[in-house]
Design a protein around this ligand. Structure first.
Ligand SMILES: [Zn+2]
Length: 451
């Protein structure tokens, strides 16, 4: 059977309504990982929804307790067809964020798939049940088209705690490195660049949150009696921050900047436009790194943001010099940044600029990843996406946001390809989450062709 014929079969399957029926059943399980009220649904999701179809495809299945979170198990599925064939690893998460039932539009429920035009509403429809359901359905289509074979070896890992920052995922992958060994990684999560543009991304930026604080003294003192005599930590911290990031939002800490963008990356980023979709905010002029385009700033550079800032009590200001000031800041960064030494880089920079009294505290951080865009797998995947859809796919070297991709890229050492089946306005993590039927259908076609 040719690739086109397999895609035609997959399309007929989608149009039969069977995919929708299965997705509706999966959405109906309230697999919220952020609370423990419905832990039974978490295990049921794996046992009733994921394991039976994989067993039917001849996968060997193993459930593992989560070493870092109770009732957030992992499923690892392995199907070795022939050790000489290449091995694919894929991933999905069956947990969802809070349903937030009360706040959905009247007539919609997070636990019931409702169809309106091109939209399938339901919690997890986009993040991530809809997306991994497409990939599982594509595996089934290939298995049928090839007469009970996939044509490659396949491994899958499912987690049930992605929405609580993937506890245990790194540990499980470290512990079962052998079991998860593969040649490449392909999975689907997050949004496409926009609803109509197929997207391939190769990793994600990293992210560190850190706290800056000045503790000058235990009490606030009357500004009329002590102003000009006592240092003001609010004023000092504001100035300290402007030494780190200037009035145009440009990072000033040389040791935390990435290497200049190379020509290859620039030519990839030149193809991408950012924003401009309905609901997107207006992009500010004169903001961000000078000499870079918006897409270069978002996907190829590092930004330092002030997330929160407090001195005194803004709700009830007193006529006094506050004793303390604190800010939570964030660095989003691309591969190649010396992020693990952020605290000492910030401390040295502040010291040099006369702010040695600022305390710097690491809160949490995750690494950046990016498969080299010149890896031969990249044009291979792009060509299949284009052939199948007849449209030019967008290539993102990495997401602007973050994903636990370091586990696959670094711990397991795999080339990572992400093909999202959602779009930015899908309502993921908010109310009225939905999947676009048109994207699901196209997603099933391209994944069938790719597999
Ligand atoms: Zn999510």
């Amino acid at each position: 059977m040719t690739g086109e014929q397999a895609v035609a079969l997959a399309t007929a399957y989608f149009d039969s309504g069977e995919f929708r029926r299965i997705l509706a059943r999966r959405i109906a399980l309230a697999t919220e990982s952020q609370r423990h009220e419905d832990d039974a649904a978490i295990l049921l999701y794996l046992e009733q929804e994921i394991m039976p179809p994989l067993r039917a495809l001849g996968f060997e299945l193993q459930l593992f307790d989560n070493p870092e979170a109770t009732n957030r198990p992992f499923l690892i599925a392995v199907r070795i067809e022939d050790p000489s064939l290449p091995t694919l690893l894929s991933y999905g998460h069956g947990d969802v964020v809070f349903g937030d039932d009360e706040n959905w539009r009247p007539g919609l429920s997070p636990w019931e798939l409702s169809e309106e035009g091109d939209r399938w509403y339901g919690r997890g429809s986009a993040d991530n049940k809809g997306q991994h359901s497409i990939n599982l359905a594509a595996l089934e289509q290939v298995f049928q088209a090839r007469g009970g074979k996939l044509g490659f070896n396949c491994k899958l890992i499912f987690e049930m705690g992605e929405e609580i920052s993937s506890p245990g995922l790194a540990a499980i992958c470290q512990q079962h490195r052998e079991l998860l060994q593969a040649d490449l990684f392909i999975a689907s999560d997050g949004p496409r660049l926009n609803a109509t543009q197929l997207t391939l991304f190769l990793g994600s930026r990293g992210c560190i949150n850190f706290r800056l604080s000045i503790h000058a003294r235990d009490n606030a003192y009357h500004s009329g009696n002590w102003g000009g005599l006592l240092s003001n930590p609010g004023t000092q911290l504001a100035n300290a921050i402007t030494s780190l990031v200037n009035q145009h939002g440009q990072l000033q800490v040389a040791a935390l900047k990435p290497a200049p963008l190379d020509d290859n990356l620039r030519s990839i980023l030149r193809e991408l436009s950012v924003g401009g979709q309905t609901g997107d905010p207006e992009i500010d002029e004169n903001w961000g790194e000078a000499g870079l385009t918006p897409s270069e700033r978002l996907y190829g550079w590092n930004t330092l943001e002030v997330l929160a800032y407090q001195t005194g009590n803004p709700a009830r200001p007193m006529n006094a010099i506050p004793g303390n000031a604190t800010a939570v800041c964030q660095l989003r960064f691309v591969v190649g940044t010396d992020w693990q030494n952020l605290v000492s880089h910030i401390q040295q920079h502040l010291q040099l600029h006369g702010f040695g009294n600022v305390e710097v505290e690491w809160l949490h951080g995750s690494p950046a990843t990016r498969l080299n865009p010149q890896d031969p797998l990249v044009p291979w995947a792009l060509e299949i996406l284009q052939q199948t859809s007849g449209k030019k796919p967008a290539l993102l070297p990495n997401l602007g946001g973050s994903l636990p991709n370091d586990v696959f890229a670094d711990t397991l050492g795999l080339p990572t390809l992400w093909i999202p089946h959602s779009y930015p306005a899908c309502g993921q993590h908010g109310v009225n989450e939905h999947m676009l039927k048109s994207i699901a259908r196209e997603g099933l076609q391209i994944m069938t062709r790719l597999f």
